[in-house]
Design a protein. Structure first.
Length: 168
């Protein structure tokens, strides 16, 4: 059994979702959002994000973390700010020695819905179906849980492949 933390980084809202994975079995342990005040400076917001993430990591004690990769859009300033938040999301677990994996949004959608072109609403609905009984708040938290689910699937596939190669 392994505890997996999914992180959907954002400067305004960073979603997080914690799962327990036992092979293909997933159990929802928690989710939420770290919010920053858009009237604060970027460095102040990054500090809030870092401090909240560090407290969360200490409290939840995940074995591994997964972070969604940044996509580049037409607004360069927004992409850059998202990159700052993503840097904090990658650094937080790494500072505690927690292994961190990264997944493109297309890979997350493919792992959760079965197609890399799924709409955001489809991903959120599948997260709810894959984690029955979970009361998921904001969309950012659902996205973070999707990242954790994607990591769980990739992790299980790697473990099965590694087991198969040892037997050969």
């Amino acid at each position: 059994m392994v505890r997996l933390l999914g992180i959907d980084p954002g400067l305004r809202f960073t979603g997080w979702g914690l799962l327990e994975a036992d092979g293909n079995r997933l159990r929802h342990l928690g989710d939420g959002v770290i919010a920053t005040d858009s009237s604060d400076s970027v460095p102040e917001r990054l500090k809030v994000l870092h401090d909240a993430l560090a407290a969360l990591l200490t409290e939840l004690r995940p074995d591994e973390a997964a972070v969604e990769e940044t996509y580049v859009n037409r607004n360069g300033a927004a992409t850059l700010k998202l990159g700052y938040a993503r840097g904090v999301a990658l650094l937080g677990p790494a500072l505690l020695g927690i292994p961190v994996s990264e997944y493109a949004a297309k890979s997350v959608k493919l792992a959760v819905v079965g197609t890399g072109w799924a709409a955001k609403e489809q991903v959120q609905e599948m997260v709810r179906r894959l984690l029955p009984g979970a009361r998921i708040g904001r969309a950012d938290a659902a996205d973070a849980l999707a990242v954790a689910i994607c990591h769980a699937h990739h992790r299980a596939s790697r473990n099965r492949w590694a087991a198969g190669t040892r037997m050969a």
